[in-house]
Design a protein around this ligand. Structure first.
Ligand code: C2E
Ligand code: CA
Ligand code: CA
Length: 570
């Protein structure tokens, strides 16, 4: 009897112990934000603990009650969830899935953990539920930003490249084409700088939605960066071709874009097109080709629409090659000056020389009219231009000391170089060091120099003029040729562009223009120089109309220093 009593006490104590544990588990569960469901596989019994009521308005007591759970889950997640919860079938111990509750924006994470006996039979299972709505929203937002561009809502660059890759793979299999169009707003900086960034952003957004309007299951648009967009067209046909989209864009752009505050703006775009398989067979290469063509389009002027072809690529590659050659030439000082003589028309006496830049050690001669614009663009013109000024003056100083000669030395100066703050001090420093007088020097500049900041350019010219340095306006007739500024600037010489001389004998209009330029130059008190004179007849005509100076192959090609010395000895 004592023994029985002892056994009963023990059982009671065990029971008490068990419920204390259960109480403990319940308390722990209540302290977390989750809800838990425990399944006893032997008894087919279910215990729910934690904040079950916060998620579900029903109780689950048996295995079959689990169906109630599935009823509360958004349709697409039910089948995957069943798989997760049926751990016993898969033999797995752990599984989880984020699902959305039906008819709400609440996301829950359902996590299952199972235990098995040594025969692999399920013994217990715990299903945990936590609210992951906030987290899911954050990841969805992150996901959004990894696909879409914030300003326009179009695809972003990274996703577009991925998408383009997929389109190319598909086109490879199906033997079709993929077109890529790069769309670049012309003079966008005028909107951004002139009206303000808010309008700039608005413009980008508005053009973005125009492009979005052309999208369908075959046409995709993306905002690459700043004012540049790209579109991809799979299997271009009908109106879904670059030409079709271009036409539609042009039509839309014929009307202005409106901003808040009654402001409006009209824009044009430059479009470059490259297609798989002609141009390239990888997404990035195809984008690069489209970009190269767009750059080409920009160089042709606004509002252009250009298709990729091999000559464009070749030209671009040559440009790159030239750029690196120029960098090398600056580092290794591989430049040389040639000097082309200029003669007075009447007595054919030497007036002076124009210093012309040459690249040394190149297989074939690259004209400065090719490499100077490249150097102007990448900034190399500054060290190159400084070298030209220094070298030309140094050479002249040497010739003066040896030949006791006196002539005008013309030096070409590019706008970017002239606009350097230390341009004037550098020049005078060199003149002093090599004992050359300012009035022996003439700076040749094109009209393009006046576009930027007329006032400061004119001040600098006046300063130079006041010290005796001569100013010559180069390539006259090819720029904007506004006559009004000629009177306002201290110009000494005007060079009539070679293109007039070329057609002088062939075209009466050219003769009329040339006549009037020479007449105007005389009445303003400047000197006129005709450049590129190759024929006796051209010279005769120019002499007859009163042109002052002749420069050209007829009287002398550009010479190296040695050639000049020969001439000076005569
Ligand atoms: P530019 O200042 O108009 O120079 C005249 C160009 O015409 C030179 O070409 C000269 O060699 C060429 N030329 C002269 N007479 C004749 C002729 O009778 N027939 C033909 N077919 N051509 C003739 P080059 O030396 O190739 O220079 C081209 C341009 O490069 C120059 O045009 C000038 O704009 C620029 N340039 C040359 N040297 C320099 C420099 O040191 N600094 C800067 N900024 N530009 C330079
Ligand atoms: Ca010149
Ligand atoms: Ca010229």
């Amino acid at each position: 009897m004592n023994e029985t009593r002892y056994q009963m006490d023990l059982l009671k104590a065990m029971n008490q112990n068990l419920s204390a544990r259960e109480r403990m588990y319940r308390m722990i569960c209540d302290m977390t934000d989750g809800a838990f469901l425990y399944l006893d596989a032997f008894k087919n019994e279910i215990i729910t603990v934690g904040k079950w009521a916060e998620f579900f308005d029903f109780e689950i007591r048996e295995k079959r009650d689990l169906e109630k759970l599935y009823e509360r889950i958004d349709e697409p997640y039910v089948i995957p969830l069943r798989e997760v919860l049926l751990l016993d079938k898969s033999g797995k111990e752990d599984a989880k899935l984020d699902v959305k509750l039906k008819g709400s924006e609440i996301w829950i994470r359902i996590q299952a953990r199972a235990a098995y006996d040594k025969d692999g039979k399920l013994t217990d299972k715990v299903i945990g539920v936590i609210n992951v709505t906030e987290k899911t929203k954050q990841t969805q937002a992150l996901d959004y930003y990894s696909y879409y561009d914030v300003i326009t809502g179009l695809y972003n660059r990274n996703y577009f490249i991925r998408l383009l890759g997929e389109l190319i793979t598909k086109a490879k299999k199906e033997g079709t084409k993929v077109s890529v169009m790069m769309i670049d707003i012309d003079d966008f900086h005028k909107i951004n700088d002139g009206m303000g960034m808010i309008y700039g952003d608005d413009m980008i957004k508005q053009l973005g939605s125009v492009l979005e309007g052309f999208c369908n299951e075959k046409v995709f648009a993306c905002h690459l960066n700043s004012d540049i967009y790209a579109m991809a067209i799979y299997d271009p046909k009908g109106k879904d071709t670059p030409a079709g989209v271009h036409e539609a864009i042009t039509k839309r752009l014929s009307a202005p874009f409106y901003f808040s505050g009654d402001k409006s703006v009209r824009i044009t775009v430059t479009i470059g097109v490259a297609e798989y398989p002609e141009a390239a067979d990888h997404a990035l290469d195809l984008m690069n080709c489209a970009e190269i063509v767009t750059l080409k389009g920009k160089s042709l002027g606004k509002d252009s629409f250009v298709y990729f072809d091999q000559p464009i690529l070749k030209e671009f590659m040559l440009g790159l090659e030239l750029e690196s050659k120029l960098k090398d030439a600056v580092i290794h000082n591989q430049f040389e000056l040639y000097y082309q003589p200029q003669f007075y028309c009447g007595n054919k006496k030497l007036r002076g020389f124009e210093a012309l830049l040459r690249l040394k050690n190149t297989e074939r001669q690259i004209s400065p009219s090719v490499f100077i614009p490249v150097a102007e663009k990448n900034g190399e013109i500054i060290p190159i231009g400084n070298w030209v000024v220094e070298e030309a003056i140094k050479q002249y100083g040497y010739w003066k000391s040896v030949f006791d000669c006196h002539f005008i030395l013309s030096i070409n100066v590019s706008a970017r170089q002239f606009n350097q703050e230390d341009f004037v001090t550098r020049l005078f420093d060199a003149l002093e060091r090599y004992h050359v007088a300012p009035y022996d020097i003439e700076l040749e500049m094109t009209e393009s120099i006046l576009i930027e900041d007329f006032a400061s350019v004119s001040d600098k010219m006046k300063l130079l003029g006041s010290k005796g340095v001569r100013i010559s306006l180069d390539d006259f007739g090819t720029g904007f040729s506004s006559l009004s500024y000629l009177k306002k600037l201290p110009i000494n010489t005007l060079k009539i562009d070679k293109s007039f001389i070329d057609t002088l004998l062939l075209d009466s209009t050219t003769r009329i223009i040339t006549d009037s330029i020479v007449g105007m130059v005389r009445s303003l008190g400047f000197e006129s120089i005709a450049e590129g004179v190759e024929e006796e007849q051209q010279y005769k005509y120019l002499h007859a109309i009163g042109c002052d100076v002749i420069q050209g192959y007829l009287f002398g090609k550009p010479l190296n220093a040695e050639g000049v010395e020969k001439l000076l000895r005569q």
